[in-house]
Design a protein. Sequence first.
Length: 277
Amino acid sequence: MAELDRRSLLVGSGLGMAAAALTVSGAPEAAATVTAPGRSTIRIGKQLINVVDLTHELTSEFNLSPTRPRIAMDPIVGSGYNVGMNLNRLLLNEHTGTHIDAPRHFDNAGRSLGEIPISDLLVPLALFDMRARVAADPDIALMPEDVLAWEKKWGRLPAGCCVAINSGYDMIARAKAAQAGGTPVDFRKSPGFGPEVCEMLIRERDVKGVALDTGSIDRGANTPAYPVHQRWLRSGRWGIEFLTNMNDVPPSGAVLVVGAAPIKDATGIPIRAIALF
């Protein structure tokens, strides 16, 4: 296939920005510039790509319950200790910090993290800004009519995309307040995906995954029944929770890169999520 034809194919799938940068003829110079914490630009030849890190730093602040810690790190002695080697043992709940839920999380026969193909982890990103509505109703859910309104403005959801919600949820502030009070984080007042939109995206659209900045793809009112987790993950798709820096990402035209190690039999893992546009 000719280079131009390959690029056109990627443009059609929502990956045109990355394709344009990676198919520049010859051997283009590349340079990266940090513009703000968690944000940078990369120039490849004449193409400038914006980069936004959608990942929380993984710290003890994600020990969301004082009686059920999710992360701990202990130093251990390695073979190079005498020459300055540093080595830690990491104890981790798979679903900690900015993380991915694999289908196996709610389906014993579903794909584990190690079985998700890399083609499912580099996808167009369709972003829904629900911050104003969440301020009025913290338990609001994304619904089919929201998808139709988005498509009226931006066009049909790109094939193979991730649908993401920017709710303005401040995970770190909630965690600090809970830790100060010695209580678990209360997730009951948090937005998410409604079962109705979940069914629409499965049956009527081509969507690889869903994502948001809260701790659950189910809204708080649906916890602990988890109807969206059950239906979505059992359909073979993935979910991402606890994203951040979403204010800097456009509603349409970005590409989501999901940096997830292919761990055999894992139901999830903390990830490095990056938006390119």
